[in-house]
Design a protein around this ligand. Structure first.
Ligand code: SAH
Ligand code: SF4
Length: 358
């Protein structure tokens, strides 16, 4: 994952606009200006969003002259697959590069006729969590809605099957790129796009409170996961310095409002770190945080991060967390890593995709 943000010099002579970033209205105007009938916008959108065309020449129901004009002035994103790793368990990890040289990871995980995709929302991440490889590598830039969407379609086309769920648990903090993320989710949800049910589209946030409030007011039934990792303020401040300004007390209140407003059960992610957030005090605080709330706790086995001082907790300790949470009426699950034969840095993605989708 550390290599994912390496900037490469652009090989393109000039920056053309990516057609994925045109709204329907903008496309209608564009075709009007080109003297084309109104239905062209719909035809082109079908190629872009449903068929994931990679070149304008594929758009066989458009006049050749129009395809040439589009080719001359626009791009279809132009994502390039730099690396693909295939695990023995069938999951595939990709490193994709955008035309400006920025690259991100995404993962496809097939299980029992389903295909879950884990996508990135930013190249790098500005939040700097102490246990996270992406956090350690810094922030490069936000992704556009089209770039987020394209990751999912890339995986779909590689597996040649429908994507049944998406989690934004790759690189980046989705709520630091809210508008692009929402717009990508809407396209993924739309029958004219990938047609994935809103409940099967999950955003994972480190807890950017103003955006949790905003998310609660969105009309769609998208799913929310919050990376908690500690219910003790000083521990959380140390592990997750990027959200220090949002206290746990405030997070607790806002999540209560989220549940009241949406009626949906949020997931709390908790990567167990030996001697740091798996002590008695930590367990008691976690139980207090969750006990009277609608909550599901995902106990994550900490993935190794190069140069990190943190060690994963023991299996027995994880079981104890499950038992004690159950005692206060909170459901918790543990999932162990799969696919250790492919790049271990990706374990973070894979493990979380599994947890959110099975
Ligand atoms: N920025 C968002 C989403 C991307 S991270 C967030 O933090 O929620 C996806 C998940 O992987 C988060 O729950 C994150 O805390 C977790 N994670 C990061 N580093 C990890 C590691 N080394 N081991 C296990 N989980 C990790
Ligand atoms: Fe960013 Fe999430 Fe990693 Fe924290 S855990 S640094 S918010 S990607």
């Amino acid at each position: 994952m550390q290599d994912a943000n390496t900037q490469q010099p652009s090989s393109r002579p000039r920056q053309k606009k990516d057609i994925h970033n045109y709204s329907h209205k903008e496309l209608v105007t564009l075709f009007q200006e080109l003297g084309q009938p109104a239905f062209r916008a719909k035809q082109v959108e079908e190629w872009v969003w449903e068929k994931n065309a990679t070149s304008f020449s594929q758009m066989s129901n458009l006049p050749k002259s129009l395809r040439a004009v589009l080719e001359e002035n626009l791009t279809l994103g132009g994502t390039e697959e730099l690396v693909k790793q295939i695990s023995q368990d069938g999951s595939r990890k990709y490193l994709l590069r955008y035309p400006d040289g920025v690259s991100v990871e995404c993962v496809g995980m097939p299980t029992r006729g389903k295909l879950a995709v884990c996508a990135s929302s930013q190249a790098g991440c500005p939040m700097g969590c102490a246990f996270c490889a992406t956090g350690a590598s810094g922030f490069t830039r936000n992704l556009t809605a089209g770039e987020i969407y394209e990751q999912v379609m890339h995986v779909r086309d590689d597996f040649d099957t429908r994507v049944t769920s998406v989690v934004l648990m790759g690189q980046g903090e989705p709520f630091m790129n809210y508008d692009a993320v929402l717009s990508a989710l809407r396209k993924l949800n739309s029958p004219e796009g990938a047609g994935i049910g809103a409940r099967h589209l999950t955003v994972s946030t480190c807890g950017v409170i103003p955006m949790i409030k905003r998310f609660a007011n969105e009309p769609e039934q998208f799913t929310l996961a919050v990376s908690l990792h500690s219910a003790v303020q000083r521990t959380r401040d140390m592990l997750m310095p990027g959200v220090k300004k949002y206290s746990l007390l405030h997070l607790y209140d806002v999540m209560g409002e989220y549940v009241d407003k949406t009626g949906r059960r949020p997931t709390y992610e908790y990567a167990l770190i030996k001697g740091v957030n798996d002590t008695e005090e930590e367990l008691a605080s976690l139980c207090d945080f969750c006990r009277d709330n609608l909550a599901h706790v995902n106990l994550i086995q900490l993935n190794d991060v190069k140069g990190s001082k943190f060690q994963p907790s023991t299996e027995a300790r994880a079981q104890e967390f499950v038992r004690r949470l159950a005692n206060v009426g909170v459901e918790a699950t543990i999932r162990n890593s799969r696919g250790s034969d492919i790049d271990a840095a990706c374990g973070q993605l894979k493990q979380n995709v599994e947890r959110m989708t099975h």
